[in-house]
Design a protein around this ligand. Sequence first.
Ligand code: PEP
Ligand code: MG
Length: 750
Amino acid sequence: MPQHLESESRKLLGRLRDTLAEDSAGQTRLDRITHLIADSMHTEVCSIYLFRDEETLELCATEGLKSEAVHQTRMRIGEGLVGRVARTRSMVNTADAPSERGFRYMPETGEEIFSSFLGLPIQRLGEILGVLVVQSKEARAFTGDEVYALEVVAMVLAEMTELGAFVGDDGGIPALHQHPVMFRGATGQEGVAEGHVYLHEPRVVITNPVADDPEAETVRLRDAVDHLRISVDDMLANVEPSEKDQREVLEAYRMFANSRGWMRRMEEDIASGLSAEAAVEKEQGAARSRLATVPDPYMRERLHDLDDLSNRLLRILTGQGKETGAAMPENPILVARNIGPGELLDYGKDLKGIVLEQGSVGSHAAVVARAWAIPLVIHAEGITTEALNGNAILVDGDQGVVHLRPEDTVATAFRDKIAMQAEAQKRFAGLVGLPATTQCGRRIALHMNAGLMADLPSLATSGAEGVGLFRTELQFLIRNKVPRRGELASLYARVMDAARGKRVVFRTLDIGSDKVLPYMKPQDEPNPAMGWRAIRVGLDKRGVMRMQLQALIRAAAGRPLTVMFPFVAQFDEFREAREMIEDVMESERKLGHVVPSKLEVGAMLETPSLAFAPDLFFEQTDFISIGGNDLKQFFFAADRENERVRRRYDTLNYSFLSFIRQIVTRCDQFDTPVSFCGEDAGRPLEAVALAAMGVRTLSMRPASIGPVKALLRRLNLDEVAKVIDSAANDGAQSVRGELSTYLASQGYIA
Ligand code: PEP
Ligand code: MG
């Protein structure tokens, strides 16, 4: 930008800052600002439109249009040129507004006499807050320099809007981040919770967007970027060459940190009057807007990297570290874009719920949330921009819905739901010591799933008969290195101690697919869920599996040991794995270690192929556990992580239930015990259907044991099987409708 324009821009920002510093009401400020901008830009009109609600923009102040239109003229996103700026988040610059596509004539404003129009979004970090418009009679397009100057002004307005500078007592604009917002995401873990927002990475607050001394600001920026470069180089020096993913991210950081273009743009922003942090945020906002329109996943990742890097730079400049001093509120609900299992575990079990913008059902965070039995909602897009530390929040993990700053009516209804669930829990507590015996005399064993030492106390409180699935991968996921054998042995021993003689089924490491170890060389696989995972890795890379088996044998120290191999697709894999454990037992014996008094070795049936394995497999395996989460995805060819298809096929689909019945029949033929340990085991309707198909052991999250037991104890499974079969005879593909109707008609469910 030419120098005289730079100083014009600085002058304008200086006047803006003075206006904002005055102790005046929000509306007065807005009026002064529009006057000031029109005067500086030599335009007849300057108008500010802000959001009245999520969908509606309102003319909040104007210089040049009819004053009666203020707070009267409203338009929806996409409507007219102003609405178009808001929808596309990009400028409209035209010499002839009335003939521009989408132009809408608003008679109350008297704008028909103005030909040229320049509208820019007022946005902060990709969040659109309003639209800034200048208009003039003369038919001319605005120059690049004028556009830039107005962009800088829009940036400052965004900061001030965020800080609540325009909130009026006079029915002006409602303050930001005050009104209720609902987020519709997806279920990561069921359950409901009420609490207060605790942001994993609180936003940096910029209170000084305008600065007087560009030289000093440039020096601050350069110093901060130098600091950033050094810290990125340090991080890079500490990553192992094998940690390809992390290296890639850090290399991208380094590329951006050394990017002349990025630096030049920020220095230009400073030259036109912004402070160093406002300049960083302006470019960050521009990158976020691009993020919304870039379809290429690789580019999106890089833009996310730039976003992370900008956050680091902002923290250096403002001194606002992760620790912003915000104390953990009462009943904290963690809100984050995404979070790793290690960081999540650091927060501890005090968290009442988790809400993520990204995440996936099988992500590590979900594994932890499941282990803690706290609700998790994933894909709550935009929540980190909207939520403030301490805001009231309701998390409905059952529906995948989050209510931020809820209306009283919503909060009351939600509390009723929580109270009902608590009431039910009380009733379930009375069943803890009782067996899940049905009215027809069938005894269903209910076990719990676990993955952390912290889960073990639930064994007593839930009334579980044992741990039907101990997911051992969590211990591997939360470390930066392969855990040592001694560490694992002592953890497994503590798990067995805490189980006090109850059976614990240890599943060997199930990694690959969505569970990627931070220190494992990432495999670039086209379809990881069907790729090199679980037992396939264990059999190919024997060192880790042998080490884990040794740790288990040593932990048992003469007690009975139960081990299960995940994702066995054919008999040979099981045979090899079994040989390996027997071989390890032998060498442990030779080394003088006490071996388990009894060893049970089972297989997880997670691919349809194993149901059709040779008879000998069923004879040689000590037990089978149906991993319904995986089995269902392969049975229906519907990715369990893909929101588009994962709910498309019901577990109560008759084809799936028939398949479960076939598996049970085959196992019964050889007296091979069979259990079901996927998430569906913990859903009362599904659990009942599985029991009606002959499954006699179900393993689920501890909180589900009560509801499942309560229902099973009231039922006659022969009746349930009849309902299922007759629904299928009538052509029902899913028997959910008929089964629910039957259970409701008998008063078993509401
Ligand atoms: C399953 O697939 O059902 C299972 C229990 O294993 P995971 O969910 O850990 O893949
Ligand atoms: Mg599985």
